[in-house]
Design a protein around this ligand. Structure first.
Ligand code: GDP
Ligand code: MG
Length: 163
């Protein structure tokens, strides 16, 4: 079974770190297809027994013009159109920000299953942030550390439950 996962959220929450962690050594960049925006990066990954097609919504972190939010929205919408399941990544150390809410609203408007990933939660950091994320009503957040590889078994279980 191959599952298409879109990794969405505001800049700097750790989306690309999670993408790389899930992609592991199987990383394959396929976003050089003509006509495909460079804002999204694709990769193949594996989590437990699951084959994954990963979509990292990325590439706009350095853009600072007024179209930034519109671009983020547009590419997130496209990734959500394509995916079977969305991973909404938030920074559990910082808690939710107004920009996070922009992405939450995009997710609420859809029927796509979503898993809230409370990232940067290595050690016991991020408990308060994860609780904030729980209050979104998008399901129980999974505390993970994309950087340190913590919480991946829980994430796998959550994905399996929705797959
Ligand atoms: P993106 O903009 O959402 O793609 O975020 P990045 O993956 O580029 O990560 C943004 C910053 O957060 C980088 O400095 C990462 O090293 C850091 N980061 C990512 N995951 C973790 C994590 O699990 N714990 C901590 N402490 N930092 C992380
Ligand atoms: Mg990124």
């Amino acid at each position: 079974m191959t599952l298409k996962l879109a990794i969405v959220g505001r800049p700097n929450v750790g989306k690309s770190t999670l993408f790389n962690r899930l992609a592991g050594k199987k990383l394959a960049i396929v976003d050089d297809r003509p006509g495909v925006t460079r804002d999204r990066r694709y990769g193949a990954g594996r989590l437990g027994d699951l084959d994954l097609t990963l979509i990292d919504t990325a590439g706009f972190e350095d853009v600072s013009d007024e179209s930034l939010e519109a671009r983020m929205r547009a590419q997130t919408e496209q990734a959500l159109d394509e995916c079977d399941l969305a991973l909404f990544v938030m920074d559990a150390r910082e808690g939710l920000t107004p920009l996070d809410q922009v992405f939450v609203e995009l997710l609420r408007k859809r029927d796509k299953p979503v898993i809230v990933c409370a990232n940067k939660a290595e050690g016991r950091a991020g408990e308060a942030g994860a609780n904030e994320a729980f209050a979104l009503g998008l399901g129980e957040p999974i505390p993970i550390s994309a950087e340190h590889g913590e919480g991946m078994a829980d994430l796998y279980a959550a994905i399996l439950a929705l797959a």
